[in-house]
Design a protein around this ligand. Structure first.
Ligand SMILES: [Zn+2]
Length: 243
């Protein structure tokens, strides 16, 4: 499959809808970036300095894109702050394809649907209409209401989780969960350098001489970083407390 182009709505001076100190332009560009980071071989992101709607209106944008598959990202707004939920907009001459259906389910999972069955069939949007004419597969995602606190939390605050759900809808596969945090041991020892190792070995050797450690600790050349740190601290502790 050729790459899908992800377009953040609005831009180039147009912030789109606003709510809760956020705007649609920046929120959708951040989401596009997070999706790209998860599945770089599946998607590209449209120039974030451009407003694709305006570019198409100038005869560029959709008219000159080499991409055959496009997802445009938007959020709704309402004066009623309790209104929430999202949906997928496709051209009214078409039926949802499998990608559209997966994306609608991704929206349902994050913010619920604001339209019956998760779709709105339109023929009065510029990019949508030009794509239909050119035979480009296109859908516009309305990812909840920026005027609604819960939708903002799910889409903007939890942008990484939303990006993961959309990336899984694009690929049709579950992504690997993020790697578990490194063990504490690895974190501690990655900061130990050769100077620190040498100092620890010297302390442990002195500890043996001073009978703070038994003679079995003479073989410090073979100690792991964790052992060097542990016995190094033990030396300081025994020395300080005169054990
Ligand atoms: Zn919009």
């Amino acid at each position: 499959m050729s790459k899908i182009l992800i377009v953040g709505g609005h831009g180039a001076g147009d912030p789109g809808a606003v709510g809760g100190g956020h705007n649609e332009r920046d929120a959708m560009r951040l989401l596009a970036k997070e999706i790209k980071a998860l599945i770089p071989s599946y998607v590209d992101v449209y120039d974030t300095n451009l407003n694709m709607f305006r570019e198409t209106d100038k005869g560029k944008g959709i008219y000159i894109t080499p991409y055959q598959n496009i997802i445009e990202l938007h959020m709704d707004a309402s004066s009623k702050t309790n209104v929430r939920g999202g949906h997928v907009i496709i051209h009214k001459n078409f039926k949802p394809d499998p990608l559209d259906l997966r994306l609608a389910n991704a929206i349902k999972e994050r913010v619920g649907w604001s339209r019956k069955d998760g779709f709105d069939y339109r023929n009065n949007l510029l990019n949508l209409n030009i794509c239909a004419k050119k035979g480009i597969s296109y859908r516009l995602l309305e990812l909840g209401f920026i005027s609604n606190e819960q939708d903002r939390a799910r889409i903007i605050t939890e942008v990484k989780e939303t990006a993961r759900v959309i990336a899984e809808a694009i690929t049709g596969q579950k992504l690997d969960k993020p790697a578990p945090p490194k063990k504490e041991e690895t974190i501690v020892t990655q900061f130990l350098n050769e100077t620190g190792r040498k100092a620890a070995r010297n302390m442990i050797k002195k500890g043996v001489e001073e009978k703070l450690f038994t003679s079995e600790h003479e073989n410090v050349g073979k100690y792991s970083d964790t052992e060097l740190i542990s016995y190094g601290f033990a030396y300081i502790d025994r020395k300080t407390n005169n054990k």
